[in-house]
Design a protein around this ligand. Structure first.
Ligand SMILES: [Zn+2]
Length: 245
């Protein structure tokens, strides 16, 4: 039974090691995902702005065409006015020409304002595009660096997994299944040392005195009655040291 307990403790230490690397791995992957999400959101916003600018450009061109047509109308009206001889008709045409000129002037200044606004908008798009470019380059660099780190972590996890296989070989299938379930349900800790006064270091409850004595003897595999984790005795002063061994 002592061998079984020792193998369980070994297995727990191996899983602790794997867990540390896996957490690092997840953190790296998550950071990268976050950066990528920021970039794609920015890219979507840029696309939206570009569409708006295109719409504004179309509107501007239409208005420009209208203005040009009005200009031609004014020119025609002027020519016509020169050939009018009757006073009444002349006055009416003069009024019409005035109205056309007023409209032309108003439309022209509106177009100028629109052109200015579009130019400003275009400038801000260009600035943001430059920022997006920088961010994309940063993500690429980060991805390359993370890729190296991820490969390194994967290699480490793979080599530890080999050690794990040999530790698992010392335990029977049922015990391994229970161990695996505990590991999953008990936050990665299936095997814990008993602390001073017989405290389960997994759930911090005190064991019944008789059970504490049995754990110290190490002749029987025992579980904490509260959290079901497997218990072992690591010596009177060695609880913390043993956890890191
Ligand atoms: Zn417990």
């Amino acid at each position: 039974m002592k061998d079984t307990i020792a193998a369980l403790v070994e297995l727990q230490h191996i899983d602790d090691e794997i867990r540390v690397y896996q957490l690092q791995r997840n953190e790296l992957a998550q950071n990268l995902d976050r950066l990528k999400a920021i970039v794609s959101q920015m890219a979507a916003e840029m696309e939206e702005k570009r569409v708006k600018l295109e719409e504004a450009t179309g509107f501007y061109k239409d208005k420009q065409g209208e203005l040009q047509a009005d200009g031609e109308r004014i020119a025609k009206a002027k020519t016509k006015l020169a050939s009018v001889t009757r006073t009444k008709e002349y006055a009416a045409m003069q009024r019409e020409l005035d109205n056309l000129r007023k409209k032309y002037a108003a439309d022209e200044s509106e177009l100028i304002r629109l052109a200015e606004a579009m130019q400003e908008y275009e400038g801000s798009i260009a600035t943001e595009e430059a920022k997006l470019g920088e961010l994309r380059a940063e993500v690429d660099r980060e991805e390359a660096a993370s890729g190296d780190q991820l490969r390194e972590l994967d290699e480490r996890i793979a080599s530890i997994s080999k050690k794990k296989e040999s530790a698992e070989g010392k335990l029977d299938r049922n015990l391994l299944t229970r161990y695996g379930r505990l590991l999953e349900r008990r936050d990665g800790k299936a095997v814990v040392p008993v602390g001073p006064k017989g405290r389960c270091t997994g759930c911090q409850r005190l064991l019944p005195p008789q059970q504490y004595i049995q754990v110290q003897r190490g002749e029987k595999l025992l579980s904490c009655p509260n959290c079901q984790r497997y218990l072992y005795y690591a010596g009177p002063e060695e609880v913390d040291v043993a956890a890191e061994a």
